[in-house]
Design a protein around this ligand. Structure first.
Ligand code: HEM
Length: 350
């Protein structure tokens, strides 16, 4: 499904070859389509206004939520300052997205065939018909909230992986050329890379990993309340029920561990045997029971998008354009670079 959606998106990319395009969120539609298909067997056309509405809501939602917002540390601020804390806006975005799912869930309910679940909504509705469903939380409110979770957690993250990838590929053309050389050698010219090629593409894997480490664009994991305690951590005593957040960015930029954490250097993930080398300090999806639910989907999407795009296109800056900065635009739940443009050219192989 991911490869099929990329193939449709590549047709869209081919139409803009040689032209300046905005790199930020260039991949958002293909990402939204993959989630929408998995959740509801639907997809958006590239010029569908409904898609643009959903995209705007997701982007604005993720920009006002997060550690820079007072509600992140003091949720009770919503009672005293619902407007200035952003709580009222969050409510508007929340109900706009829930409104989108309502008719879709109703349509699924009306056409449900329990022996042939089509997607996530069908699978949830089948569970909700069991006698203990209510006790286990299989109700419509939870279904709408889960759909919303998938869009919030799964769209900006994967799309931002590609925004940062485009930025780093234009800043480091030698890295881009090395990925393309590996793809040419392993995959060849006649077809696009597929997920089965991945184990034979250690440099491509190292570049993906270094993009996630270097940018750490999800800097903090989600706050979780500890269910055990008191516990000892780094010389501190944490009582039971303490809210704990993992600072992923600090693990990714620990000088004692990485040596040169502020340098973009994919080779750090290549072992002496030339194979991809894992590292325990690399934790972009969090840790433990509440780690990211979408890790394998995100890895498949990022691999497919990056490898297929670099197999087909060369990415460069427009002539005379200022180099984009790796500084982030604002500290938020997801870190984004400032807007920048790129040009995609068809690749000319030697
Ligand atoms: C590059 C892409 C992604 C990154 C870097 C990422 C990162 C994270 C992180 C750091 C967490 C918090 C984990 C913790 O608290 O320890 C998280 C949670 C979560 N992610 Fe992702 N994520 C990505 C893509 C996705 C995708 C594609 C989906 C699903 C479509 C998804 C669904 C979720 C969900 C549902 C949670 C909450 C899990 C829970 O609280 O139990 N994520 N993600």
């Amino acid at each position: 499904m991911i490869a099929d959606e990329y193939a449709l998106f590549a047709e869209h990319l081919k139409k803009v070859v040689g032209q300046e395009v905005k790199a930020n969120n260039l991949f958002i539609t293909v990402v939204l389509n993959i989630i929408w298909k998995m959740v509801a067997s639907r997809r958006f056309d590239y010029d569908d206004p409904e898609r643009q509405r959903l995209q705007d809501i997701v982007t604005e939602f993720t920009q006002i939520t997060g550690p820079q917002n007072i509600l992140f540390l003091f949720p009770s601020a919503r009672f005293v300052a619902p407007e200035s804390s952003g709580f009222n806006k969050i409510k508007v975005y929340h109900s706009a997205m829930q409104g989108l799912f309502g008719p879709c869930i109703a349509e699924h309910r009306a056409t449900l065939d329990p022996s042939h679940p089509r997607d996530f909504i069908d699978a949830f509705l089948i569970e909700s018909q069991r006698s203990d469903a209510e006790k286990r939380g299989f109700d419509e409110n939870n279904l709408r909230t889960l759909c919303l979770d998938f869009f919030i957690a799964g769209s900006e993250t994967t799309s931002l992986s590609m925004t940062w990838a485009l930025l780093l590929m234009v800043l480091y053309p030698d890295v881009q050329a090395k990925v393309q050389a590996e793809l040419d050698e392993v995959v060849g010219e006649g077809r696009l890379p597929s997920y089965e090629d991945r184990p034979r593409l250690p440099y491509t894997e190292a570049v993906m990993t270094e993009i996630w480490r270097y940018t750490s664009f999800v800097p903090l994991a989600v706050p979780h309340r500890s269910s055990v305690g008191p516990a000892q951590l780094g010389g501190y005593t944490l009582p039971k029920d303490t809210t704990v957040m993992i600072h992923l960015q600090s693990a990714h930029h620990d000088r004692g561990h990485w040596g040169d954490p502020d340098v973009f250097r994919p080779e750090r993930f290549i072992g002496e045997d030339g194979k991809f080398r894992k590292d325990d300090y690399f934790v972009p999806f969090g840790l433990g029971k509440r780690a990211c639910l979408g890790e394998s989907m995100a890895r498949t999407e990022f691999f497919t998008f990056l490898s297929c795009m670099l197999h087909q296109f060369h990415v460069r800056l427009p002539k005379g354009a200022k180099k984009p900065s790796t500084e982030v635009r604002q500290f938020a739940i997801f870190l984004q670079p400032d807007d920048f443009n790129v040009i995609l050219d068809h690749r000319v192989r030697a």
